[in-house]
Design a protein around this ligand. Structure first.
Ligand SMILES: NC(=O)c1ccc[n+]([C@@H]2O[C@H](COP(=O)([O-])OP(=O)(O)OC[C@H]3O[C@@H](n4cnc5c(N)ncnc54)[C@H](OP(=O)(O)O)[C@@H]3O)[C@@H](O)[C@H]2O)c1
Length: 290
């Protein structure tokens, strides 16, 4: 009988999945990780989430992945209300839509909800205390997502598209002999492809809702990360290690933001260095230096 050999994955019903912020680096990775579902990816042009959806979103959905956000951390210090309109108001609109559709919601948050003073990995049960306007909007956004959502806190995202540290370092590394990089902030640089796969695991296994810490294994400083990028890409660029104070950015950032999960069955992500290699491969950076 044909059915005896049916692959359980392909036999699964395709879900109808709404993705906000579909043009962002995580939004794109989610589209790849959920490629065997029916996707409705909406960019900012299609749905500005700071406004209610109106009639932009039609039909039934089985899942909502909310990756739209104001992610300009320094810009949020200058315009906290603008950041809140997108992060808090936007999440409230998305959560209300998901509730009305009866569809579970995945919302994304950040290690910047912590102040970094703990000095060892943050678990889900640790109390947040954001230092920046961006961190405060993301903490309020977690509440706006509601208790029935999966709230995924992650950190230092990078991928083959969009604005991120890896792409910036590759550009600077091609132009300069030396780059000044902060060496007193430690975190878990997380490859969006690995995060998207972990999110898929969370949803497919229907793990309990609530807050989940999903970030790459291992941790490092931005300067360590920059050195690894140059090394893996075969660039001779030197890293000059500087302090956060020397760089003088507008928004305060936690000195230590490593995230680990204390929840049973939490998906485990690969090491950040494996994420970096996968990202360089996706960017088709020649492996000669690796
Ligand atoms: N990036 C990180 O290091 C990091 C770390 C921890 C957590 N996170 C969280 O992870 C999630 C995904 O971040 P990401 O790195 O993928 O960010 P991203 O690349 O900046 O993508 C965010 C997307 O949201 C869109 N967007 C901005 N305002 C919008 C609005 N009003 N309505 C609809 N879309 C809007 C952006 O469009 P435009 O490009 O046109 O503005 C962009 O396409 C966010 O919740 C973020 O807070 C990010």
């Amino acid at each position: 009988m044909e059915h005896e050999h049916a692959d359980p994955v392909s036999a699964r019903r395709r879900r109808r999945v709404l993705i906000t912020g579909a043009g962002g680096q995580l939004g794109r990775a989610l589209q790849e990780a959920f490629a065997d579902d029916d996707l409705v990816p909406l960019t900012r042009e299609e749905w500005d989430v700071s406004m209610p959806p109106g009639d932009v979103v039609r039909g039934d959905f089985d899942l909502v992945l909310h990756s739209a956000a104001w992610t300009d951390v320094d810009g949020a210090e200058a315009d906290p209300q603008g950041a809140a309109a997108v992060n808090v108001g936007g999440t409230a609109h998305v959560a209300s839509l998901a509730r009305s559709l009866g569809a579970p919601l995945v919302a994304f948050s950040t290690d910047y909800v912590f102040d970094g003073r703990k000095g060892e990995p943050y678990r889900e049960s640790d109390g947040p205390s954001p230092l920046s306007a961006y961190g405060r909007t993301k903490l309020h956004a977690e509440a706006a997502a509601g208790p029935d959502a999966w709230v995924v806190r992650t950190s230092w995202l990078f991928g083959p598209t969009g604005h991120n540290f890896v792409r910036t370092m590759l550009r600077l590394g091609a132009e300069r002999d030396e780059v000044a990089v902060v060496d007193d902030q430690r975190g878990c640089p997380t490859y969006v492809g690995h995060l998207a796969t972990a999110v898929r695991g969370l949803v497919d296994e229907d793990l309990p809702r609530g807050t989940w810490h999903l970030a790459a294994a291992g941790d490092c400083t931005w300067a360590d990360f920059a050195e690894a990028i140059f090394e893996e890409a075969g660039l001779a660029t030197r890293v000059r290690r500087v302090t956060t104070e020397e760089l003088g950015r507008p928004a305060p950032r936690p000195a230590y933001g490593a995230l680990r999960s204390e929840r049973p069955g939490a998906p485990v992500l690969p090491h950040w260095r494996d994420g970096l290699r996968d990202c360089l491969e996706a960017l088709e950076v020649p492996a000669s230096g690796r």
